[in-house]
Design a binder for this molecule. Sequence first.
Ligand code: HAM
Length: 428
Amino acid sequence: MTKALQAIRGMNDILPEQTPLWRYFEGTVAGLLDGYGYGQIRMPIVEFTELFKRSIGEVTDIVEKEMYTFEDRNGDSLTLRPEGTAACVRAVLEHGITGNGQPQKLWYIGPMFRHERPQKGRYRQFHQIGVEVFNLAGPDIDAELIALTWRLWGALGIRDAVTLELNSLGTTEARGRYRDALVAFLSARLEQLDEDSKRRLQSNPLRILDSKVPETQALLIDAPRLADYLDEESRVHFDGLKARLDAAGIPYVINPKLVRGLDYYSKTVFEWTTDKLGAQGTVCAGGRYDGLVEQMGGKPTPGVGFAMGIERLILLLETLGQVPASLARQVDVYLCAIGEEAELAALTLSEQLRDGLPSLRLQVNAGGGSFKSQFKKADKSGALFALVLGEDELAREVIGFKPLRDQGEQQQIAWAALADHLASALQA
Ligand code: HAM
């Protein structure tokens, strides 16, 4: 027997019973972003490998061990995008979108790919909604991005379950000075460091700050603090952000160890975390990347953004019981037609109904069947009403109208009056 084909580990099908919640989530976010004046951009899923190496950083976990990289038939090295910021910056540069110095507020949605160890909330193909803003350097826009996510958590009913963690990484120069101090401190205690941190000491020492190893964390208690190395400009920027969040009543905690796993950040970094999902508790994360556009060949252009993990937010909605009840029903009306003549009339009638009521969710029975079996299907569909068309109804140009969810009586409705009758029944 041939082995059944399976999806790749960590890459999931999203089944019809799950998609209503995805669409609700995506629609809520899209509506909100429209309201704040963000325009959608769609980038390819595959890019030259070089793009991610140059932006995310050669010595990050993502680039070192998580990318899906392959050679195409031309011998070019391509990579399935592990995140969206790099491709978005590439796209705005390529199309000269940011070159005029005008503010640009963009968002995107789609699958990202990272070869991580799959577990609850962590997948190899996962989906993000990301937002990127260019040509705005002040803390006002950082605050807007955070306010926007805060509003989203409110709309979704999950505000109580998430915490905003905030830090400032300072300018590249300030971070460089801090990096030297940290390396000097840790080099003097090299034998007490775990293996992973020893390796990072050369390549990416700031990542040692968020090491999960307790001994390393104990060692870091007396280590130099990033906050003490912040330059004046970054300090003022960070104070400006905090003042705005305070004024807007958005709660946050300062996490001096928050450094993020991608190299392009400077100044503001933030993560929205939850303790309701186990180990994979970051549902949305981002920060400022003022040097990235220039580093990728453009003019100096401030940038700031974030991305949220859709799977994690869907899991959170389910965990908290915040799935709207209205999503349970996907069909309003089920039309049963018994006999060939009735089936013919059913198509015409159903198309007329769709003309008159464009948002009606009408399922027409297909595949024939007895009255009884069609009724069973109507009930199972979740529809509120069944319409019944048999020989009798056909002869009199009426249709049986039966409420399925309460005790209402079946009625006979004239075809001409059906659309109006349905519209008011569905509104009730
Ligand atoms: P990131 O922290 O790598 O940042 O990912 C953002 C979010 O994507 C995470 O907080 C998480 O919710 C979700 N996520 C990441 N990896 C996985 C995974 N393997 N499975 C499920 N969900 C995952 C970025 O990607 C940056 N591009 C964000 C950004 C935009 N910064 C500035 N602009």
